[in-house]
Design a protein around this ligand. Structure first.
Ligand SMILES: *Cc1c(COP(=O)(O)O)cnc(C)c1O
Length: 455
């Protein structure tokens, strides 16, 4: 089996897969999932032909996948992959560049640099901000918060990277009660504690209440949010940054998907003051529709991020005037994930990103209007791409969601929002059309009607 035939076969299989998921149920056939057990076998003693391996993958796994790449997947605020990003991903896979150091992998290191400066511009962040390409917003939060930790400890006269946390002065972490769990996880990994935080109450949309911020003094990090994972709401950054900076505190913004609202002219009101913060985290694999795994951290003072992340070693050619990607990331060896981000931005341009964001937000509004018109309660202000709908009591809503997932026309998950059970609709995919929204809405109403309780 030649490399040529093998890669050709992979691309044909991938194309067929993408065509087929448009027509099949979004959830895989339960029989296909059951058949996965054939993969649980002892390690083969002898080699297998590569095409047989590929055939096994395709035959066993393709039918057992959830159609996340498809047009009617509305779970988890994640998009699909723009064709140009999938193609760039294949090419970059062939390059196999370990993108840690500029002198070793100049092409892919430069693509990161270019994409980073485009994004800083697109989001309206401070011009000299540094950044890191990481696996996702969880690690972007971790990287940005390690820069924050460095900065507040340096201010307190403590070398946190050198001397560690044992015996260090305490740091106060102020955080909205509705922050994403990954921020708490990052704080835990950094030794700042998941629970050792000052939790600020939120309003009915999950926005941190700036009027409840405490008096801040000493080393302090404030964690704000752009885009609540349930409601899509944005914290009041202007007030938060003003109060925090008055006290010399660092402000970090988790904007896993919400940061992209800054890329469209219609939504300035949501992101007002966001660029006043000190660091930001976002995902490219959510709203920019690039393949996993692709997250980004931005830090206003890039020296803080470098101080937390850079390493040197005798065997590594780290000397350069250019940007060494590994100086900014938790990883040393890493894939060239900037390639897909660059390809998406080069393809879409400013107008294309804005259109992608606005189009998906419009789809979300259509869902909300259709469900409300049928008498179902929308629990959030639909300010972005997120819709929370209740079909009645918790059991009824859960039953409708289960029905909808079985129905297979589209896929939405359940959530709890301020003591209520809701179905969560996230529209984030480039490939979703008006017609997809229409048939998905029909499916939702069909499933909901079966459980409608007449009073
Ligand atoms: C998705 C999300 C995260 C986590 O991002 P990953 O890419 O899954 O690591 C963090 N914060 C918010 C607000 C999110 O929506």
């Amino acid at each position: 089996m030649s490399t040529h035939t093998l890669l050709d076969s992979a691309s044909r299989r991938a194309l067929r897969y993408l065509q087929e998921i448009g027509d099949r149920s979004v959830v895989p056939d339960p029989k296909a999932v059951e058949a996965l057990c054939a993969l649980v076998e002892p390690l083969p003693a002898t080699p297998t032909d590569p095409d047989t391996v590929l055939e096994l993958l395709d035959a066993r796994c393709s039918p057992a996948t959830l159609a996340m790449a498809g047009r009617r997947f509305f779970g988890f605020v994640i998009g699909g992959s723009l064709p140009v990003t999938l193609a760039a991903n294949w090419l970059a896979g062939a390059w196999d560049q370990n993108t840690a150091l500029y002198r070793v992998t100049p092409a892919t290191a430069l693509l990161e640099q270019v994409a980073l400066s485009w994004l800083v511009d697109l989001f309206g962040l401070p011009e000299k901000s540094g950044g890191a390409f990481v696996t996702g917003a969880t690690v972007a939060n971790l990287a940005a918060l390690s820069a924050a930790r460095h900065a507040v400890y340096t201010q307190a006269g403590w070398d946190i990277e050198g001397d560690g946390l044992v015996g260090a002065p305490p740091v106060t972490v102020v955080i909205g009660a509705e922050a994403h769990p990954s921020v708490f996880k990052s704080l835990g990994i950094l030794g700042l504690g998941r629970n050792r935080v000052v939790r600020i109450p939120v309003d009915g949309q999950g926005r941190l209440r700036a009027d409840r911020l405490p008096q801040m003094s000493g080393p302090t990090i404030v964690c704000a949010q752009a885009g609540n994972v349930n409601t899509g709401a944005f914290d009041p950054f202007e007030e938060i940054c003003a109060r925090a900076h008055e006290a010399g505190a660092w402000v970090h913004v988790d904007g896993a998907f919400g940061l992209w609202a800054a890329a469209t002219p219609g939504r300035e009101h949501l992101v007002r003051g966001m660029a006043d913060a000190d660091s930001w985290a976002t995902d490219a694999h959510k709203w920019l529709n690039v393949p996993y795994d692709s997250g980004l951290a931005f830090v206003r003072d890039e020296r803080a991020l470098r101080a937390a992340m850079a390493i040197t070693a005798e065997y590594l050619p780290t000397e350069t005037d250019e940007r060494n990607p590994a100086d900014y990331t938790p990883e040393l060896s890493r894939r060239a994930r900037g390639v897909e981000v660059w390809a998406a931005l080069r393809h879409l341009g400013r107008a294309g990103v804005a259109d992608l964001v606005e189009r998906t937000c419009a789809h979300a509004r259509t869902f909300a209007e259709g469900l409300a018109a049928a008498g179902y309660e929308i629990l959030n202000d639909v300010v972005l791409n997120q819709v929370l709908v209740s079909f009645g009591d918790a059991a009824t809503t859960e039953a409708v969601i289960a029905d909808l997932q079985r129905d297979g026309t589209c896929w939405c998950g359940s959530t709890r929002w301020q003591e209520r059970t809701a179905m969560r609709i996230s529209v984030s995919s480039w490939v979703t059309t008006d017609e997809d929204v229409r048939v998905s809405l029909e499916a939702m109403l069909r499933c909901a009607a079966r459980h409608r309780t007449t009073a």
